[in-house]
Design a protein around this ligand. Structure first.
Ligand code: BTN
Length: 272
């Protein structure tokens, strides 16, 4: 199990002031949401060695076996205008890639909207669950799952071909503590650069230059831009070329007739 005290000590001075590490929970996102409901302040980190009901996007389950991977949720009280909420996903994905590149020396990249990929396979995912009140995001739980040491043979059949782990790609066993610390430090650093607060107000605003820098970094890490893709959205499947991701996290897709369609949410598959 990942030890919480060493992590808490190493995170002194960051937004992440408390780390709770448990052997087992249903979902670290549920744990963090319940903590928020009972008044926990922002900066809580919840880690679980295994999840019995880990969840992914679109109601899918997230494979969370004991002792091998990172299952982590971060509780923030962003007080951020809801139109900027996608910056939380962008910040987390860019921070996660930077951390994996730094701590595991690999070429981790992003697949829009929130997958972490390595060598064309899914290495991790991000699930943000938020509560908005009067146009402000008042609670955001950022769930991050990274396959660290799981072997391909241990993965469920339905994801064997599409998912991977650091160990499977690089061939060594990784210390989860080291990767977890790198994830938290990188996310904290981006959070600090991106958001500011005026005295006397809870609401955070976004520094424009930091937003531009973040989007620039996303584009460098995005493995789908420039490729032919199919995006499954709630309105059906759209095919085209992934052209751009804007400051609001929308994917711009050019269809065969030259139109640019902006997509807010969907599942991508690469067609070339
Ligand atoms: C996805 O790619 O669909 C998102 C996966 C997110 C999984 C993480 S694991 C920690 C946190 N707790 C959960 O129940 N889900 C997220």
């Amino acid at each position: 199990m990942i030890q919480s005290q060493a992590l808490t000590d190493a995170l002194a001075g960051t937004i992440f002031r408390t780390v709770i590490s448990v052997e087992e929970t249903d979902s670290t996102n549920s744990f963090a949401l319940a903590s928020a409901a009972s008044g926990e302040d922002e900066g809580l980190v919840v880690l679980a060695d295994r999840q019995t009901a880990g969840r992914g996007r679109h109601g899918r389950s997230w494979f969370s076996p004991p002792g091998t991977n990172i299952h982590m949720s971060l509780l923030l009280r962003p007080y951020l205008n809801a139109r900027d909420a996608s910056l939380l996903t962008i910040m987390t994905a860019v921070g996660a890639c930077a951390a994996l590149r730094e701590a595991a020396h690999c070429d981790a990249g992003i697949q829009w909207p929130n997958d972490i990929v390595l060598n064309g396979k899914k290495l991790g995912g991000i699930l943000i669950e938020a509560k908005t009140e009067n146009r402000l995001v008042i609670i955001a739980v950022i769930g991050i799952g990274i396959n660290v040491n799981v072997l391909i043979t241990e993965l469920p059949d339905e994801i064997k071909a599409s998912a991977t782990s650091l160990r499977a790609e690089i061939g060594t066993v990784f210390e989860r503590e080291k990767i977890t610390l790198a994830l938290l430090k990188n996310i904290d650093s981006l959070h600090r650069t991106l958001f500011s607060r005026h005295a006397g107000s809870l609401e955070r605003s976004v520094r424009r230059s930091a937003r531009d820098m973040l989007i620039h970094r996303w584009k460098e890490l995005d493995m789908t831009l420039g490729k032919s893709i199919a995006v499954k959205t709630s309105r059906g499947v759209l095919r085209g070329k992934a052209m751009d991701v804007d400051g609001y996290g929308m994917l711009h897709v050019m269809t065969a007739d030259g139109r640019i369609v902006k997509i807010h949410a969907g599942d991508i598959s690469i067609e070339d």
